[in-house]
Design a protein around this ligand. Structure first.
Ligand SMILES: [Cu+2]
Length: 116
């Protein structure tokens, strides 16, 4: 059963390739890739809400939206703040926008802006 699926998929790929190669649509696909890369390199901010601030450990608990750059769905969890100033800047209940990045295995809040 599994072998049949693989064979079918491979056959479909062979059939599909010449169709794209002889078509200008392949050129359009190529041009779509750089713009997608541009979006991911742009440090997009994600909406979040401050649930808890721990000045002693420098951790901020956020209820955050999807974080595409670190592959995380929306959830509530604690993040390391980039610096102490960031921890002092926010309070429980604040609506913010954040940029989370993986810094040496620690998910870190690199940017934090209060929503007005
Ligand atoms: Cu998370």
């Amino acid at each position: 059963m599994k072998k049949l699926i693989v064979t079918t998929a491979a056959f479909a790929a062979i059939v599909a390739t010449p169709a794209f190669a002889g078509d200008n649509m392949s050129g359009m696909n190529m041009s779509a890739k750089p713009s997608a890369a541009k979006v991911s390199s742009n440090p997009a901010l994600t909406d979040a809400e401050i649930k808890k601030v721990d000045a002693a450990t420098g951790m901020i608990t956020l209820k955050h939206g999807a974080l595409e750059n670190v592959g995380m769905p929306p959830m509530t969890m604690a993040f390391k703040a980039k610096d102490a100033a960031m921890v002092k800047q926010v309070h429980e209940g604040d609506k913010v926008r954040v940029r989370i990045e993986n810094v040496d295995g620690n998910l870190t809040i690199m940017r934090l802006e209060k929503q007005s």
